[in-house]
Ligand binder design. Structure first.
Ligand SMILES: NC(=O)c1ccc[n+]([C@@H]2O[C@H](COP(=O)([O-])OP(=O)(O)OC[C@H]3O[C@@H](n4cnc5c(N)ncnc54)[C@H](OP(=O)(O)O)[C@@H]3O)[C@@H](O)[C@H]2O)c1
Length: 343
């Protein structure tokens, strides 16, 4: 007899939602039933769940009757509308949108980093932004060792970070350019094929984008360091899967590159790939469809007293979204916070 849980994937036809179904299947999640929810545009379509196909149902309040766990990735507006309804019906909701991330009543969780914060949940848990997740997984063990004082991070973010429309735009622009045909720019602000675009999200009055500011605010909340100095630049690159980050860190106490490598080799959820002489370093193409965060190019920052530079890569649809959400669900089950039923 095992306890099993009814799971709803909200946004099941999207880039993250499809990955959630894959991760649930791969990890043999103890589900009694998995239901796929999306908008009226997709009702009746089928999505893959392992070897099975699930018929997409309409995301409406009554769809959450009897659901134990909701994994949501249908955007902020849908989360704000529907997740309170699911919570009211007794479900634990794990939300990938930015709707509730900075709400003081909603824990913002990366299981390798701040699992204890999950205890404060009131039915809603937020998954951080993809760029934040991979950064804090790599930084937390170094922070514990030598106390980070300042983070300078530049991201190289794949088009799948902008969902299925972002993926399609890189494909169609690439084909059109190679065939000397005209093309549209609708998702990535400028042509993304054979280009890099230093603009993700919306510019704010301080000159940063809201995407960049997520890295500042979410990192402070997760690490419980409200004054942590973070200087981000977010760039979209013509890569389908996997975000890369160049990170320069300043520490309070001395830490060598060799010490950092040893610490990271023992860190949960981290794989160190760091042998530049053998051309071994993390690359987005090697990290696609993997669940870990990959760290390499670990070296001293010789321009400051106690500094390190790192190159950090992860699949934004996996650890940056689906894997992290499923891990939160597993953590909640392990702590006995989801009821389910004995089968
Ligand atoms: N992509 C990433 O790397 C990533 C990482 C972390 C977090 N996120 C967040 O996850 C969310 C989804 O991202 P995505 O990349 O998967 O986007 P996406 O590929 O555009 O998918 C959006 C999903 O939301 C559904 N949806 C849209 N409007 C809806 C409505 N009114 N009612 C019900 N469902 C609706 C869509 O269903 P239809 O097919 O029926 O339109 C689709 O399943 C966003 O909040 C995003 O910020 C994304």
């Amino acid at each position: 007899m095992t306890r099993r849980y009814k799971v709803a994937v909200l946004g099941a036809t999207g880039a993250v939602g499809r990955e959630m179904l894959t991760v649930l299947d791969e990890q043999h999640f103890p589900a009694s039933e998995v239901i796929a929810l999306a908008s009226s545009r997709s009702v009746g379509e089928e999505v893959e769940f392992g070897h099975r196909k699930l018929k997409v149902r309409l995301a409406e309040p009554s769809a959450f009757d009897g659901v134990d766990i909701v994994l949501a990735s249908a955007g902020s507006a849908v989360s704000k509308l529907l997740l309170p309804e699911a919570v009211r019906r007794g479900a634990l909701c794990i939300d990938n949108s930015s709707a509730f991330r900075m709400d003081p009543d909603v824990p913002l969780i990366v299981p390798e980093v701040n699992p204890e914060a999950l205890a404060a949940h009131k039915g809603l848990v937020a998954n951080p932004n993809c760029s934040t997740i991979q950064m804090v997984v790599a930084l937390k063990p170094l922070h514990d060792a030598a106390h980070i004082q300042r983070i300078v991070v530049s991201t190289y973010q794949s088009v799948s970070g902008a969902g299925k429309k972002g993926i399609d735009e890189l494909s169609t622009q690439t084909i059109s350019l190679l065939n000397q045909r005209p093309f549209d720019v609708t998702v990535h602000h400028a042509r993304i094929a054979f280009n890099t675009v230093p603009h993700i999200g919306t510019f704010m009055d301080n000159g940063y984008t809201d995407e960049e500011w997520k890295l500042v605010r979410e990192t402070r909340k997760i690490l419980e360091e409200p004054d942590m100095r973070v200087c981000p630049t977010c760039v979209r690159v013509p890569v389908f899967a996997g975000h890369s980050e160049s990170i320069a860190l300043e520490f309070e106490r001395p830490i060598t590159a060799a010490q950092a490598r040893t610490i990271l080799e023992a860190a949960p959820g981290v794989t160190v790939v760091d042998d530049p002489a053998e051309k071994r370093y993390p690359m987005s193409m090697d990290c696609a469809e993997k669940d870990d965060v990959f760290v390499g190019r670990i070296r001293q920052d010789e321009s400051v007293a106690h500094g390190l530079c790192l190159w950090v890569v992860a699949d934004n649809l996996r650890k940056g979204a689906a894997t992290n959400a499923v891990q939160i669900a597993q953590l909640a089950i392990a702590r006995g916070w989801v009821h389910g039923a004995v089968h």
